[in-house]
Design a binder for this molecule. Sequence first.
Ligand SMILES: [Zn+2]
Ligand SMILES: [Zn+2]
Length: 411
Amino acid sequence: MNDTNPYRFFITDDDPGTISVLTHVLESAGHTVESTTSSVEAAGIIKTMRPDCALIDIMMPQIDGLELCRELRKIFSSDELKIIIVSAKPYEFDRRRAMKFGADGFLTKPINAMTFEAQVIEIIQDRLELKFWGVRGTLPVPGPEALKYGGNTSCVTLDFPKEQFFIFDAGTGIKALSDSLLGAGKTRKDYKAFISHPHWDHINALPFFAPLYIPGNEIEVLGAGHDDVTMRELISAQMDDIYFPITIKEFGARTYFRNLNEGTFEVDKIQVKTLLLAHPGHCLGYRVEYGDRSVCYVTDNELFLPDSDSFDPFYVEKLSNFVRGTDALITDCTYTDAEYETKVGWGHSSIGQVVDLAHNADVKNLYLFHHDPGQTDDDIDRKHETAVEDLAKRNSSTQCLAPSEGDLVRI
Ligand SMILES: [Zn+2]
Ligand SMILES: [Zn+2]
């Protein structure tokens, strides 16, 4: 498939009026469009024309749109041809069937002429959306010195183009995520919440994630147990008795817990790898693979200096291989290099250490994360500048970014 704009479209719809509207919207944006009102002819034309994207109605005489989708998917992979169902049927049942039959997206009629082209492009480009909801470590830091990066603790999401929605950690940033999901009236019902480890700054706002209280939702919480303490017990303990007035028994959503170790897992058809990190207790780093892209969430983690007795070259090599070549490494850079000198053994890394790791592992984009609560916006700016200068001196291909709360990156 051609992977740059403009694209070649083929529309199959028995309503010439719909074809005319869709053609106008797409051609106005510079794309090429051909079409047919006959679902019987469509497959043959698509085989010859090899468009980038087929837009298909469902309710058509002769061959139903979902059947056509299934037939095309036997011939073309999703990389060769994107298939988008454009139907007046608003039912979740039909959307699920379309995805099961190999569709890449499902849009409902009547279409919004202002947003239709952007929706279609988003499906074709199949991008992951990485969003930061809290970038601080250890403690939330409200106040005038945390206005740029935000004051909330760890929470990041990955929104996949089709179905899946992954949450990494439930620090206080998860409250803004919860508000955003409710405010947007999102109909999303399945969530996977990956917990790095049960220190407060990574779990203590989970009880404020409102989808947990909505019947019909399904939420799985995954992470490393601690010896004989399971994930379920880790999460329920902080809501137990005198610590919180609501227990996990009051969750309205179907909530599951899964104990993970180091390994490779399939979660909602997405490959997830885990690695135990250098931090007190069991702390997992995650690497998520999606097509030819990947994202690594690696916090909290201490890299130690090479002259330290605790420096472990075997671990550094293992971690480098874990994050090698990734599109996005979100990682613990709690301290400046000077601060780290008095914080050895606290379980966190300094800016120079993560720059080393990212450069040596050919990471494409390094995202600075889990900032010390004592640091102001200006301090984080300086850590970022230091990293950018250091990478430039090395002629590195690694880019360094310091995300703020609310930042969204398409990968
Ligand atoms: Zn932490
Ligand atoms: Zn920690």
